[in-house]
Write a protein that binds this ligand. Structure first.
Ligand code: NAP
Length: 249
């Protein structure tokens, strides 16, 4: 399948997990992938993996929570490839805090990266996506759909991403740009590997975020993202697709 032949897709969080799996999948289907991450070595490793498979990609260091850094990334992508067809916003951070102990700066950091960062990317990419009748896929979460104990800031950020994505979908539908969310759950990535929990965490509440069939690798999400970005998703916009092994079913 070469659904992205001649098309350019920018992926954030491309150095790890779902972003990395998405970048390699989009490149394997013929896309030119602009791999953005805070960690330049990680983004370069994704690019090297794509190149080994004969794909086309380049790496760019960007803090998605920083407006000028995001504008520079979009400009660099257009300078390198001349157009933009897909935007896949996977950069994100997660930490668990007892709600009463949550520090304002921790709340702000999660909102800045997950929600405001996603907005920065969408806003800067939209003029280019209008030219190609392109498509956006944003990372929400099952935490946007169901309560996440000790995940106040994260769930608020992901609920915001979901609402924002629907608003973009409605505003731009007639102009040919689509915007959707994926809501992953229980995917093995760098994010889930390094989680720590507060002492007050009630683990009996945690099955609500465990998939029924066990944790899965990020490729199961990447395939859905590729479908949503591609013309196979031509009549899907404003949607949130759970890729959670039935957790919330
Ligand atoms: P991951 O493996 O940690 O990958 C996220 C990537 O984003 C990392 O490379 C990270 O770099 C990068 N990043 C963090 N802050 C950034 C910033 N300010 N600017 C640019 N890049 C930044 O996480 P993942 O599990 O693949 O998650 C991908 C998305 O899916 C996230 O938005 C996450 O919230 C969402 N999600 C994941 C799951 C799951 O089960 N894994 C479930 C629901 C939703 P560093 O490693 O240097 O921080």
């Amino acid at each position: 399948m070469q659904r992205f032949k001649g098309k350019v897709v920018l992926v954030t969080g491309a150095g790890s997990g779902i972003g990395r799996a998405s970048a390699t999948r989009l490149a394997a289907e013929g896309g030119s992938v602009f791999c953005v991450d805070l960690d330049g070595d990680a983004a370069a490793a994704t690019v090297a993996e794509i190149a080994r498979e004969g794909g086309s990609a380049s790496a760019w260091v960007c803090d998605v929570g920083n407006e000028s850094s995001v504008c520079e990334a979009i400009e660099a992508c257009i300078e390198a490839y001349g157009s933009l067809f897909g935007l896949v916003n996977m950069a994100g951070i997660l930490r668990f805090d007892d709600t009463q102990e949550l520090q304002t700066e921790q709340w702000q950091k999660i909102i800045d990266v997950n929600l405001t960062g996603t907005m920065f990317l969408c806003r800067a990419a939209l003029p280019h996506l209008l030219e190609t009748k392109g498509s956006i896929v944003n990372a929400a979460s099952t935490a946007a759909l169901s309560g996440l104990p000790c995940g106040l800031a994260y769930s608020a950020s992901k609920g915001g991403v979901l609402a924002m994505t629907r608003s973009i979908a409605v505003e731009y539908a007639k102009r040919g740009v689509r915007a959707n969310c994926i809501c992953p759950g229980d995917i093995n990535t760098g994010m889930t590997d390094k989680l720590t929990f507060p002492e007050t965490m009630d683990y009996k509440l945690m099955p609500r975020i465990m998939s029924l069939s066990g944790a899965k690798d990020p490729e199961v999400v990447a395939g859905v993202i590729a479908m949503l970005v591609s013309d196979d998703g031509a009549h899907i916009t404003g949607e949130d697709i759970r890729v959670d092994g039935g957790t919330l079913s």
